[in-house]
Structures are given as structure tokens and as C-alpha cells.
Ligand binder design. Sequence first.
Ligand code: PAF
Length: 273
Amino acid sequence: MQERSDRMRRSGKTIVFVPTMGFLHEGHLSLIREGRKLGDDLVVSIFVNPTQFAPGEDFESYPQDLDRDIALIRKEKADLIFFPNQKELYSTGFQTCVSQEKLPKHLCGLSRPTFFKGVTTIVVKLFNIVKPHIAIFGKKDYQQLVIIRRMVKDLNLDIKIIGGQTVRESDGLAMSSRNSYLTPEQRPVALALFNALNKAKALLADGINDAAKIIAASSELIKSHGNTVIDYITICDPETLEDMKIIDRPALMALAVNVGKARLIDNMLLNPK
Ligand code: PAF
């Protein structure tokens, strides 16, 4: 892959990179389509990264369908599909990681304290292998995007990071590979996340800008769906991810909720009038 990337770079091509963990859905495909427009050679990686899963999480059961993924990526006319195996990326004796001080200590990082260290490490590794000029990450994983932007800045990586829009099912559920864990009974319950975000938006439009009140109303709405366990609901600064008490400037509302076996996340930017 490094040799291929060197060749592409030598011939003056702009390399665009979309890293994924596979089991692709429309959200990934929209990133790939966006990537197609931004450069010459488009590389999509598929790698379920073990270091971003903690013991007891769904690493072993993470959904996979490589043949289907390859067919979907080919249809989008990507130039290269990179699917390394675990041993190639984490050889015996591996011990070097990239970790960040503050941003991972919010939102998902509170209940998944080792997650972002795994993400930043694998993303730097993939960047060093694929050598892209541009890389695209979905905004559904908002915290991941902010952390990667920060890492690229802090480590002077010469890569432009693009955030791709969240793609939703027709009823509003954010697309996620983990939606495949939802049973038919749980599927309508999963909409609680999007409904809670919209409730927050409506309350803000009605002049309520007290974050605690909005969070309480959203939490109540989610609990009313039953069969949900809230991990967090936060209203925070979109860049530092520090909690905001009053929404007197653009804020990020982000939440993670377990619906059965599926840990779902979603977010929305809230703009006061
Ligand atoms: O967002 C994902 O799918 C993963 O976290 C990523 C960026 C591919 C790293 O494993």
C-alpha cells in the first residue's frame, strides 16, 4: 500500500482516503462519493481495529461482510480497497500509541476510556500507510472528528480533514453499522435519539436556553420509549467539548443510548437565535 501511495503521489495524484470498519451503509457511501469528487485516487480501508474496543465490547461480534463491502465500494468507483489483517498492523511487540489529553475525557470517552487512544493510533497508522492528501470522517462520530482534527494540527500531519454529513434513514435514525443489532421491536425505540435532539432544538427555538432543562426534557423523552439505557446526554462547546450551561452561542448536543445490544450515538448542532 505504501508503495502504491508513493507511486500515486509521484505521478501528481491527489489521494483521498475514507477509513472504515466495514459493514458499509449509505453513510459510508456518501463519504466515498464525497471523496470521489475531491481528488484523483480514492482509497477506502476496511479494518475492524481491535485497539479501539475494550474487553467486553463488541469487537468479536462486530458485523462484517467483506464481499458485500467490496461490491459496494467498486460501484462507487474507488481506486483501491485496503483491508489489512490484524497481524500486519499490530505485529508482536507493538507498543507505541497516540493519545490525547483532554478531548477524549468527554462524551463517549467517559464510558469508553480507551476508545479514542485506539482510534488516534490506528488513524495515524493508516495515514502513514495510505499517505492521503485528504481524509474524510463522518460527523455522526462528532467527537472522533474533533479529536482527529486536533491530532492532525498538534502533530503537524499534512492532511486535510473533511467532515461528511450524517446520513439518516427516512424516519431520521442515523445510519450506523450497529443498527444491525436492533431487533424489529427495538428499531422504533432507536428513534428516541433523533427525537430527543429535535425536542432540544424545539425547546431552544421556544426560548429555553438552559442546558440542564433541555437535557432533562430529552432524557425524559428517551426514557418514555422504554428499553433504553442512557449513557450520556451532553450540551457542550463544539470545539472543546466542555459542558455549556447556557446556550448563548452555537452548541453541540450529543448523546449515547443503549437500545438492547446496540450502543447508538447521535448529535446535532444547536444554534440560538
Ligand atoms: O469511524 C470508524 O469507523 C473508525 O473509528 C475508524 C476511523 C475507521 C478507525 O478505526
